[in-house]
Design a binder for this molecule. Structure first.
Ligand code: C2E
Ligand code: CA
Ligand code: CA
Length: 748
């Protein structure tokens, strides 16, 4: 707790928090959520809810009540307040506000006088006199749905309900809790005539858009409110609304309501018929009663079964039959309660298929769909409780493992990856091979609320994907818990210091990129080597992301560039034939404003032109700051550097996005080459990338070419150049100058 406070206090957002009270606009006519009591003090569920938030992090809120919604909204847009306590998140409002996740869920009902309620058809209000509150979205909605309404405009909810109570209007539409609230306060002749909308606009907290940091802070605290306190609060203000039928189960679907009503009608009809029989015959009385009782029971069971089915539909994904996001939310909550009770832990696995987007794009969605169902089936094989698996989005899956700790989670992640390695069969495609990446977050260690856990698991997944490690624990690199990581961090720091003293422990090796067409000489990709890390089994793919994480990549990247440019200058001097030296540039380096200038200075010092360098930028780099990065790439392109999109296909862009990437070269990632030429999907992917890249004026380089068959296939497919062990492994410059390692192209 102490540590958490410290952390909170250290964030900029938290400092803003505590500087002055946060001004919260509330709707003074939104009982029981928010309203003003006789003395004019703000009261209601929302006020108490904010008080709960305040108690959790010591923030002061000052409430600013408004008479009506319109005034409130205008004032909030003018930023006279910092926060609006309740607002529905709508796209058109997003320029002025940022929204937290919803915390109030309202049901919109039609209210009539008790004696009239049976005569009003909520499905057709045309011709009816309906009290509408001016400026409310609901009023607009009703008028659009039933243009024949005869509106009676009023300015407040209470006035609308009073008009109905006095018989001046046939009906009014309000939120269920509001109707119950006023019903209990003097308008007792009112009744609910029907449901207009079972889930009418979930309310979030809206924060002025120039204070975006407040949203995660609020959400963090919202997530910390214990469920018991929230229940207590609901009981205090909203309890009457929770009585009666459990509409929660059926509210998601209008179909469900219709079905239930239909069943009830059928039942009543039946009952009524039976009752008539009963009255007429007055015989076999006991039998009939028993029959009625059975009938009632059966109907109740049917309703329950149908409700369960509908509920299942609402929480499950149609394609795979796995849970969906709401199911995940439930699994997380139940695992969390369990973990809290037993002070234990649980694991959340976040799985993402690596090349799914490409399979979908090149082989079609039907293939993608079949593949997803097959993946789900395999997940079910490995996970004991299928209800704990959810499909989170397109090709993303989550698995909640109650009670599982580090070892168990890692073991299962390994097992999942293992079952996914066997090739899939979709129609006549026999060789579809997939890879997946899994991120693991542990309750307690990486977070204690669903949002944080999901974020951590997601970023761990991304980490695993980037490092091609299969699976990865949350925050492992940043937290640096494992000794190994801590050691490497320390080593990296010392290595960078040594670089500063001119004693680099790093080396650059160069791997030829051999043209298949034309008569240019080969280019060389500069690849970083660090013998000390290699001894511990770590390659650049392991320590470079770590260097990025701890902010050392700029220093290392600068050294790489200097060394590569010096090498280019030396080779030009000695007439060693080469086209360009290709240098890997990390996203962090690109984000640095002085990048071009420093590069230019460097080239100038060594007497090289921009023409001797190519910059390899991974597709995933574009994910960090897409706009700025794109802009920088365009400038570099313009300055005469060759720009290559590295690891093409592993990231998140698609072929069509190539259009906006000003690239000279596209390097197809080696995972697509590995399956060649046998794998049909891989063939299809390569064959579709080549013409598109060519049409956009880019050359295509295939990475990781290891065999003569791959070489020949790529040559036929129209690739411009290949890189891989087949044509030459990365080697120190001296070895390349001997010429011994660059093999000549194979015999055909
Ligand atoms: P990359 O840019 O995709 O580099 C190609 C990787 O493929 C290199 O791994 C190379 O050794 C390996 N490779 C080349 N031919 C074959 C082959 O035929 N078969 C197989 N299986 N692999 C082959 P390496 O050297 O371990 O580098 C890994 C990654 O580390 C690189 O991937 C690159 O993203 C990063 N990296 C390396 N040097 C630098 C650097 O100086 N700066 C930055 N920012 N990243 C670097
Ligand atoms: Ca590269
Ligand atoms: Ca690459």
């Amino acid at each position: 707790m102490g540590a958490a406070l410290l952390l909170l206090a250290s964030t900029a957002a938290a400092q803003e928090w505590t500087a002055r009270p946060v001004r919260v606009a509330i709707d003074g006519d939104f009982a029981p959520y928010s309203f003003l009591d006789e003395a004019g003090h703000p009261r209601g569920y929302v006020i108490d809810y904010f008080q709960l938030l305040a108690r959790r992090n010591g923030v002061r809120f000052s409430f600013v009540p408004f008479e009506g919604w319109e005034q409130l909204y205008d004032a909030a847009v003018r930023r006279e307040v910092d926060v609006v306590a309740t607002m529905v998140d709508r796209p058109e409002r997003r320029s002025a506000f940022r929204f937290t996740r919803p915390y109030l869920f309202k049901r919109l009902v039609l209210v009539a006088r008790e004696s009239e309620a049976g005569n009003i058809d909520p499905g057709d209000l045309n011709g009816r006199r309906v009290a509408l509150v001016r400026g409310y979205n609901v009023s607009q909605l009703l008028l659009e749905r039933f243009p024949g309404i005869r509106p009676l405009w009023v300015s407040r909810t209470r006035a609308a309900l009073s008009a109905v109570s006095r018989g001046e209007a046939d009906a009014a539409a309000t939120f269920h809790v509001a109707a119950l609230w006023h019903h209990a306060r003097g308008l007792s002749n009112l009744a609910v005539a029907g449901i207009v909308d079972a889930r009418a606009g979930d309310e979030s907290i809206a924060v002025r858009s120039d204070w975006p940091g407040l949203v995660p802070e609020l959400e963090r605290v919202m997530a910390q409110i214990p469920i018991e306190e929230e229940i207590e609060l609901r009981r205090r203000w909203l309890a009457p609304a929770e009585l009666g039928i459990d509409w929660g189960a059926v509210r998601r679907s209008a179909v469900s309501i219709t079905v239930v009503l239909l069943l009830i009608t059928l039942w009543s009809l039946h009952t009524w018929r039976q009752a008539r029989l009963l009255r007429r015959e007055r015989v076999r009385l006991t039998d009939t009663v028993a029959e009625l009782e059975t009938l009632r029971e059966t109907l109740e069971q049917q309703i329950a079964a149908r409700t369960r089915e509908l509920e299942r539909k609402a929480t499950h994904d149609e394609l795979t039959g796995l849970g969906n996001r709401s199911q995940l939310q439930r699994s997380l909550e139940s695992a969390m309660n369990d973990a809290r009770e037993r002070s234990g832990t649980f694991a959340l696995l976040y799985l993402d298929l690596d090349r799914f987007k490409y399979i979908n794009d090149t082989l079609g969605h039907s293939v993608g769909d079949v593949l997803l169902t097959q993946v789900s089936a395999r997940l079910r094989e490995v996970i004991d409780d299928p209800e704990s698996i959810a499909r989170f989005g397109g090709d993303e899956f989550t698995i909640v493992l109650p009670g599982a700790g580090r070892e168990e989670a890692a073991r299962l992640a390994g097992k999942i990856l293992e079952v996914l390695t066997h090739p899939f069969r979709v129609g006549d495609l026999k060789q579809l091979s997939l890879r997946a990446s899994i991120g693991i977050a542990l309750y307690g260690e990486h977070g204690t609320d669903t949002t944080t856990l999901l974020q951590h698991a997601d970023s761990a997944m991304y980490q695993a994907k980037r490092n091609r490690r299969g699976w990865s624990f949350a925050n492992e690199r940043i937290v640096g818990e494992t000794r190994r990581t801590a050691n490497i961090e320390q080593m990296l720091l010392e290595a960078v210091r040594a670089v500063g003293r001119g004693q680099s422990p790093f080396e650059l090796h160069y791997q030829p990129i051999v043209p298949l067409k034309g008569n240019r000489p080969s280019s060389y990709e500069a690849l970083l080597r660090w013998p000390a890390a290699a001894e511990r089994g770590m390659g650049p793919a392991d320590f470079i992301p770590l260097a990025e994480e701890i902010g050392l990549i700029d220093n290392i990247g600068a050294w790489v560039l200097e060394t590569a440019v010096a090498q280019a200058a030396a080779w030009r001097r000695t007439n060693h034939p080469f086209d360009r030296i290709c240098v890997n540039i990390s996203a962090m380096q690109l984000a640095d404003d002085g990048f071009e200038e420093r590069l230019e200075r460097l080239l100038h010092e060594c007497g090289c032109s921009t023409g001797c360098l190519a910059l390899e930028i991974t597709e995933t780099a574009l994910m960090f700051h897409p706009e700025e990065t794109l802009e920088r790439i365009r400038r570099l392109h313009h300055l005469g550097y060759e720009v290559a999109i590295d690891d093409f296909g592993t990231g998140f862009s698609s072929l069509s996005q190539l259009r906006s990437l000003p690239a000279h070269v596209v390097k197809i990632d080696r995972t697509f080459i590995a399956g060649l030429p046998e794998s049909r999907p891989d063939r299809a992917i390569v064959q579709s990338i080549v013409p598109v890249a060519h049409a956009l004026g880019a050359r295509v380089v295939a990475e990781g070419v290891e065999t003569a068959e791959q070489y020949r296939f790529l040559e036929k497919a129209g690739c411009d150049a290949v890189q891989g062990w087949f044509t030459g492994r990365p080697a120190p410059p001296a070895r390349l100058e001997e010429g011994g390692l660059v093999t000549s192209p194979p015999p055909h």
